[in-house]
Design a protein around this ligand. Structure first.
Ligand code: BEZ
Ligand code: FE
Length: 285
């Protein structure tokens, strides 16, 4: 192609990728290029702007490694991660929400009810869940992978003062699809503010860095779609300004105070009252 012009560059580039053997990959690459070309034409991108964008992406890459992905954070703060979650959510099922950077595979298996407090400071709470299908039938073979932050806002991976695997577990639900986790109330948390995503993009937009307090859950059951989601609490001050757009109305629950001495004893809690967050999780096929 020896005469590339404004009017033929896009189809020429698209055509150059027609040899990609896998149809889905071909679609993704060609559609992305078509959208990028449209964007550049729409905003009449200048050389300086193009170079600044590449420098920004370089810095994002330089800051990314196995334990800290500035690229994931970029995807989160522009709502891409949440958009993919929303697209993957099915009607009638509990909506998905961001996985975030602090999930690690291989959490320790706990008996149900799981006792996670183990010396953690903070307000003791019980998360009681019921896993069912979209018709409300219990899924007795479901498993739950759970993680959250500690009272100082940090996840165990970022904080030398916490023991390994602090405040995370996997467990199996009971015959009615139910599970209980005795833990502490999570606290609001700030996205990383030491990299180019914060300095060049989020802060200049006068946006905040906070995420509302949340529990993370991955729920699986045979022949059902795995759900990656989060649970938020009703009174959190950051529900409307989540830096990564993870909040969904259906994922907001309220704590209630329960008076039940027998339940406290069964759950290993002192006294006769406890704070409960109860939630139903619906999985689709
Ligand atoms: C989190 O859930 O902890 C999280 C999610 C996205 C970016 C940073 C943190
Ligand atoms: Fe989180």
């Amino acid at each position: 192609m020896r005469d590339i012009r404004l009017d033929n560059i896009t189809p020429t580039v698209l055509d150059s990728f027609k040899g990609l053997p896998e149809a889905r990959q071909r679609l993704l690459v060609q559609a992305l290029i078509a959208h990028l070309h449209s964007f550049v034409k729409e905003v009449q991108l200048t050389h300086d702007e193009w170079r600044a964008a590449l420098t920004f992406l370089h810095r994002v890459g330089d800051m990314s490694n196995e334990s800290r992905s500035e690229f994931s954070l970029l995807s989160d703060v522009v709502g891409l991660s949440s958009l993919v979650d929303l697209l993957a959510s099915s009607p009638g099922a509990t909506p998905g929400s961001v996985l975030g950077p602090f999930h690690t595979v291989g959490s320790p298996w706990f008996d149900n009810p799981a006792q996670l407090i183990q010396g953690n400071p903070g307000q003791p709470v019980v998360l009681r869940g019921r896993v069912c299908d979209t018709q409300g039938q219990p899924l007795s073979l479901a498993t739950v992978d759970f993680w959250q932050n500690a009272a100082n806002g940090m996840y165990w991976q970022m904080d030398d003062t916490q023991p390994s695997d602090n405040l995370r577990c996997q467990l199996k639900v009971d015959g009615q699809g139910c599970f209980e986790i005795v833990t502490i109330r999570p606290v609001p948390y700030q996205i990383p503010t030491d990299g180019p995503v914060w300095f060049d993009l989020v802060q200049p937009a006068a946006r905040g860095s906070w995420r509302p307090a949340h529990f993370h859950l991955i729920v699986t059951a045979p022949e059902h779609r795995t759900l990656v989601t989060e649970l938020f609490e009703q009174d959190d001050p950051y529900l409307d300004v989540d830096a990564v757009f993870g909040v969904r109305q259906a994922l907001i629950a309220s704590y209630q105070e329960v008076s039940d001495a027998a339940a406290c004893q069964r759950l290993g809690l002192a006294g006769s009252r406890y704070t409960l967050l109860e939630f139903e999780i619906r999985l689709s096929h």
